[in-house]
Design a protein around this ligand. Structure first.
Ligand code: GLA
Length: 728
């Protein structure tokens, strides 16, 4: 089994297929982090150093041993208020106002299977596929108990981390910071890669040296955000796609988060990640437990490609759930960029009918079908059909769409409320606002207070009424602003700091209930595109609209960054009209198609406006995607270029049995009198021979991976290509 405890050496080792993690309890009961990286098969505590430097705190029992300091030793969960001055994992205010926490080891358990977390999304696994280690720590001077949990999934080289913080005493305490994990790496020079951006330009990789000091990426928006994603990679300076060391962490949480990377005075690197403490405090009553969200961590000694395979595998198979987890997703047509708010039944039926002839499976009716919603200034919260647009309700339209042989899907933005809505007029206190202050508007809308059970009950009723009123197969769950003005009429004033996390617990409860009660509905997450693109949402919605930017060129960068952590099956991606509505750029239809195929494929335009030749191309694309969808969604995905730096984008899918490979991409600008670009494939079997569809020639896996192949000669800008190989 992967977790091994050596009682004599007080060492616990976690072994996955290609990694090893070591923890040691010392004679003072301090839990030290000893090793994380390639397997070492030996006790590594000879690497722990005791430099004995000035101004380091020494725990009292260490007596004269000035060299013994938690400030210089790698820790599993750094405490605040005591001898360790680096970024803490836990901060507490006790009943007497003191803030010193000093956690010491009291025991451990090892169990088959993977722990779950009440009320929060988490990696799940069968008893055969995972093991759980729990290490119990107790504060030396109080009855604060912390359980550090490690869920081990050896086949993906993944360890999940979370903590349970329990107040076993008789007085309440206040938690002010409760990180999901701490990882101390005492040696090495590292770069820190985060995924940053803004609305319509999310998750572009940003690689910076970890210089001395504290480097943070975070969200204080009540959602994981477009601006900084709750994921991070620490990589060696020489790390590339195929070589070098890297550690990755992704939080399974969709609310405000904070990731901190500290390079300390001795050149050690500490990584912590969890709920953003700036927006968090939690009263922990006597006998109560607090569960942190979990983080997925993984290590690769072979560069980013392997790291991404680990994340993709665990997120696709052990985070995403439901009927569509691994099944082919419907090819959809969405009317948003085709009509915006300006539609009626005839217009929508015409779009659906045209799409049905071209091989599209699902028609999605986007924003504007409900309440008084002819623009984005009104109607949110009133989830009843707007009969001036859809006479007779949903059923006539749904029946028509079904008569074309298609499924029907619908858009909701459940967490929002417009001031101009019947819901707001009836329940103004359901909107998040501070009494006596005009609330901040964004897209002219406010948020519903999901910490309240009555609000969640209303939403459950309103959404399930719609889903029961017609044959609906898909829901797009949108969220189009950031949260602020944190105040709830349902939370006592001294506990208002709990609201941001309670909002997430409320959201997750509602999503759990709806996805459980409507198991046949495919839920797609969305937040103005990818403003809440995280492993927490993927537990409920196996795909998420990746970005409101549908420009194929920009999308190559957005999808490139997204792919470091998230699998292709999670990425909602559509072909839209040209000139593109976000950038005005004109790209070839085939370039838009291969880019959109790197995801849950669909279209978002009025296909009726295309020429006959373009329609024929769309028909061929949908058929092609059907041929490839298992390879694309369930194969391995490899980045063959960096589109933020290179002159072309190229990515590759390889089937798990390595009998088939598909390369897609585009050359951004064709240059005259130039050499063709060379790519080297990855993930093939070096021993196998592959037939290249384009010229029928046979190449060995070794030749394609070590030597490579030339991209076709191109013409024009954003020139797409497709290279397909099958085992010979
Ligand atoms: C968000 C989504 C879009 C669309 C609009 C509708 O911006 O990301 O795809 O649904 O809302 O208002």
């Amino acid at each position: 089994m992967p977790i091994k405890a050596n009682k004599n050496a007080n060492t616990i080792r976690i072994l996955t297929n290609n990694t090893e993690y070591q923890i040691k309890v010392d004679k003072f009961g301090i839990l030290k982090h000893v090793w994380y990286g390639r397997p070492v098969w030996d006790d590594m505590d000879h690497l722990l150093d005791y430099p004995g430097i000035g101004f380091a705190g020494n725990i009292h029992e260490s007596g004269d041993r000035r060299e013994y300091s938690p400030d210089t030793l790698p820790q599993e969960y750094g405490c605040s208020g005591g001898a360790d001055y680096r970024v803490p994992s836990i901060s507490v205010v006790f009943e007497d106002g003191s803030r010193t926490v000093d956690l010491r080891y009291i025991g451990y358990t090892i169990e088959k299977g993977k722990y779950s977390i009440p009320g929060l999304p988490a990696v799940y696994a069968s008893d055969d596929d995972a093991e759980t280690l729990e290490i119990y720590l107790q504060d030396i001077a109080s009855e604060l108990v912390v359980r550090l949990r490690y869920g081990v999934l050896p086949q993906y080289d993944v360890i999940t981390r979370s903590a349970v913080i329990s107040n076993k005493g008789s007085e309440p305490i206040r938690l002010e910071n409760a990180m999901s994990f701490c990882l101390d790496i005492p040696f090495g020079e590292w770069d820190r890669m985060t995924f940053v951006g803004r609305h319509a330009m999310e998750r572009v990789p940003d690689r910076q040296p970890v210089d001395p000091g504290i480097h943070e990426s975070s969200s204080a928006r009540g959602a994981s955000s477009h601006q900084q994603n709750p994921s991070v990679i620490l990589c060696s300076k020489d790390c590339t796609e195929t070589s070098g060391e890297c550690y990755g962490a992704a939080l399974v949480y969709s609310g405000s988060f904070k990731t901190q990377v500290e390079r300390d005075q001795l050149g050690g690197t500490r990584l912590t990640m969890g709920i953003n403490p700036d927006l968090f405090s939690w009263e922990l009553g006597a006998g109560e437990d607090f569960y942190t969200p979990e983080a997925i961590i993984t290590y690769s000694g072979e560069g980013f490609d392997r790291l991404s395979q680990n994340f993709h595998g665990v997120i696709r198979n052990n985070v995403c759930r439901g009927k569509y987890k691994l099944a082919p997703r419907p090819i959809l047509i969405n009317n948003w960029e085709a009509t915006y708010f300006n539609f009626d039944e005839e217009k929508l039926a015409a779009i659906a009918k045209q799409a049905s002839k071209l091989g599209v499976d699902l028609f999605v009716m986007d924003d504007g079908w409900f309440g008084k919603r002819s623009s984005d200034t009104s109607g949110l919260g009133d989830w009843t059909v707007n009969e001036s647009k859809l006479k007779g309700g949903l059923k006539p339209l749904v029946d028509r769409v079904k008569s074309f042989g298609m499924k029907f899907g619908i858009w909701f933005e459940p967490e929002m409320i417009s001031e101009d809505s019947d819901l707001f007029r009836a329940h103004p206190d359901w909107a998040i606002a501070v009494p006596g202050r005009a609330p901040v508007l964004s897209r002219s809308q406010l948020l519903l207070d999901l910490t309240r059970a009555d609000v969640r009950e209303y939403l459950y009723g309103a959404i399930s009424d719609i889903l029961n009123s017609a044959d609906i197969s898909y829901v797009k769950w949108d969220f189009n602003r950031s949260i602020c003005d944190w105040y709830s009429h349902g939370i006592p004033k001294e506990r208002m700091g709990e609201m941001p996390h309670r909002y997430m617990l409320g959201l997750y409860e509602l999503l759990e209930r709806l996805t459980h009660d409507f198991p046949d509905v495919l839920f797609e997450g969305c937040s103005g595109g990818g403003g809440r693109f995280d492993a927490g949402m993927l537990y409920y919605t196996p795909q998420i609209w990746c970005s409101d930017d549908t420009d194929a060129y920009e999308r190559t960068k957005i999808q490139y960054g997204t792919s470091f952590i998230y699998p292709v099956s999670a990425v909602g991606s559509h072909v839209s009209a040209v000139p593109n509505h976000q950038t005005g750029r004109v790209t070839p239809l085939e370039a838009r198609a291969v880019t959109a195929m790197a995801g849950s494929f669909g279209y978002e335009l009025d296909l009726g406006k295309l020429s006959d030749a373009e329609k024929a191309a769309v028909k061929e694309q949908t058929a092609r995607f059907r041929r490839y969808d298992d390879l694309i969604h369930n194969g391995s995905y490899h980045r063959l270029s960096d589109p933020t730096a290179d002159k072309f984008a190229a990515w590759e899918y390889v089937s798990f049995d390595r009998t088939e490979a598909l390369v897609h991409g585009m050359v951004f600008r064709t240059e005259p009198s130039a050499m063709r670009y060379r790519i080297r494939l990855r993930g093939l079997d070096p021993e196998k021979l592959y037939r290249f569809d384009t010229d029928g020639k046979i190449y060995s896996g070794t030749a394609l991976m070590n030597g490579g192949i030339l991209l076709p000669r191109t013409w024009g800008d954003y020139a797409p290509f497709e290279l397909h190989f099958t085992e010979f």
